[in-house]
Design a protein. Structure first.
Length: 132
């Protein structure tokens, strides 16, 4: 029996022509939804605003290294490439927020070179620590 799984449904921002800031907040609902790194990437791909000034991403815990599968790293690298394009075309330095002290003190800052290799290599990302 085959189950038809729908594609990721993303937010279409093509008509938001005066969009200045976009913030993707992590979910704390505990529900298994697909508002993941892939969802963020697909949504950002629809941005056409010439006024965009900032992009902030706050991934959910399920999108971080201790819980994701190897194939999910590809989603992070796709996001990495797209955010580099935003830097190149709009001079937007993205912010990635993460919860402080997860995994016994290890946090996204340590994992950023693996998840966002080009952004971190070029020093184009601000990693912002939050408290919860």
């Amino acid at each position: 029996m085959a189950i038809d799984v729908p594609e990721v449904v993303f937010l279409d921002l093509t008509k938001a022509i005066k969009l200045k800031r976009v913030v993707f907040l992590r979910e704390n609902t505990g529900h298994a939804t697909r508002h993941t790194v892939e969802w963020v990437t697909k949504t950002l791909q629809t941005v056409e605003s010439k006024h965009l000034q900032s992009i902030t991403v706050s991934p959910s815990n399920k999108d971080l290294p201790e819980t994701i599968k190897q194939e999910a790293y590809q989603e992070w690298q796709d996001l990495d490439r797209l955010l580099v394009q935003f830097w190149t075309s709009h001079s937007i330095r993205p912010r990635v927020m993460y919860v402080a002290g997860r995994r016994g003190g290890k946090d996204l800052r340590a994992d950023a070179p693996k998840l966002l290799p080009e952004l971190t290599r070029r020093g184009l990302v601000d990693l912002v620590e939050t408290r919860h």
